[in-house]
Ligand binder design. Structure first.
Ligand code: GTP
Ligand code: ZN
Length: 355
């Protein structure tokens, strides 16, 4: 799986050119998935060279995260990071670019083009936001031999993360599970989600390979909204909302997770390429954006139960997770009321649905 060329490019070179240009008081084009912005250190440059008439003045001020683009993947954070990296004051002036083709516009104007992803990759290669704390053996119920448990501390937010590594040396890209903390599923065996079974199955599978890695992301609870908010979302789901609708009803994002720190943990453990155990295409894409090559995505599909069937259906429909959807049958009424789940059968995904 590769990053699209126009987004990833050659980040170090693109960023170096952009920094040089900004230091000389120039304007750069900053692209992201949703469009592009003109960015400068000083409003006068932007106004003088790129259309005073269309620019809202004085415009709106947007505070940015102190961790910059590594904390929040967005154009404003990237713009301020560029200023800081260029040795300028940590503030930027931005104007949305109306031209649909940012690369063509940049070429025509002779402006450097840099993307948010370039800035992320540059910072990941040149800075660290994690401290490596300690390593110890961790025998578990899921493996014959102990995992090595590596602990990390985030300088950004003080969150402690853990990586469990199975014995041996991986030949090529190691098998990796990046697992988001889910206290209810992982520790209490909640049936509302598939996290617990996924965690345990991944530990079993990692233990069967040499140097398999479980990256356990604390602070990802509830797809990043936290435990209490997840409980508030569950309460709304009990009234009929799905997992996305419930987050939105609470004014919270669908998915607030960021995999930058997971990428840094993998890098700290000596890996730039992985085989990922996941059904979530965005997780692989996010790791890629943070400089980890995902050579293969291996599914981690757990048999559903009557309590998490709707949740899994929503993950497939709204987040694009690679999960099998039960086929509605004519005259069956509510599918959810009627299906029962059998276990592993002959489907390639290891699931069978009995209606
Ligand atoms: N907000 C919210 N979070 C949930 C809910 N159910 C589980 N989670 C959280 O979702 C996270 C796991 O994300 P999932 O979408 O299940 O799976 P994934 O990690 O994106 O993808 P896989 O790699 O395939 O497991 C954990 O942090 C859970 O706490 C829910 O109903 N609402
Ligand atoms: Zn869960």
């Amino acid at each position: 799986m590769r990053c699209p060329r126009q987004i990833c490019g050659a980040p170090m070179q693109a960023v170096a050119l952009a920094l040089e240009h900004l230091r000389r008081g120039g304007v750069v084009v900053l692209a992201d998935h949703g469009g592009a912005q003109l960015v400068a250190a000083d409003a006068s440059d932007l106004l003088a060279r790129h259309g005073v008439g269309e620019t809202r003045h004085p415009g709106a001020a947007e505070p940015v995260s102190t961790g910059g683009v590594l904390d929040h993947e967005a154009p404003a954070e990237a713009a301020v990071d560029l200023m800081r990296l260029a040795g300028l004051a940590p503030q930027a002036v931005m104007r949305a670019l109306a031209a649909p083709d940012a690369p063509a516009f940049a070429r025509a104007q002779g402006l450097p083009l840099v993307s948010v992803v370039d800035v992320i990759q540059h910072r990941l290669r040149t800075e660290t936001m994690l401290d490596y704390v300690a390593v110890a053996d961790l025998p578990t119920a899921f493996a014959d031999r102990p995992f090595r448990a590596h602990s990390f501390l985030s300088r950004l937010d003080g969150v402690e993360h853990l990586a469990l590594v199975s014995p041996g040396q991986a030949k090529g890209a190691p098998l990796v599970r990046v697992h988001s903390e889910c206290l209810t599923g992982d520790a209490f065996g909640s049936l509302r989600c598939d996290c617990g079974p996924q965690l345990h199955e991944s530990m079993r599978r990692l233990a069967q390979t040499e140097g398999g890695i479980l990256v356990y992301m604390r602070g990802h609870e509830g797809r990043g909204i936290g435990l209490a908010n997840k409980m508030r979302a569950y309460a709304l789901q009990d009234q009929g909302l799905d997992t996305v609708e419930a987050n939105r009803a609470l004014g919270l994002p669908d998915d607030a997770r960021d995999f930058a720190q997971a990428a840094q943990m993998l890098r700290a453990l000596g890996h730039e390429a992985v085989r990922l155990l996941s059904n979530n295409p965005e997780k692989a894409a996010s790791l890629q954006r943070h400089g980890i090559t995902v050579t293969k995505v291996e599914p981690l599909v757990m048999p559903p139960n009557p309590f998490n069937a709707k949740y899994l259906e929503t993950k497939a429909q709204k987040f694009g997770h690679a999960l099998p959807l039960p086929e509605p049958m004519p005259g069956m009424g509510s599918l959810r009321r009627h299906f029962r789940v059998t276990t592993i059968a002959h489907s390639p995904l290891g699931l069978a649905w009995e209606l």
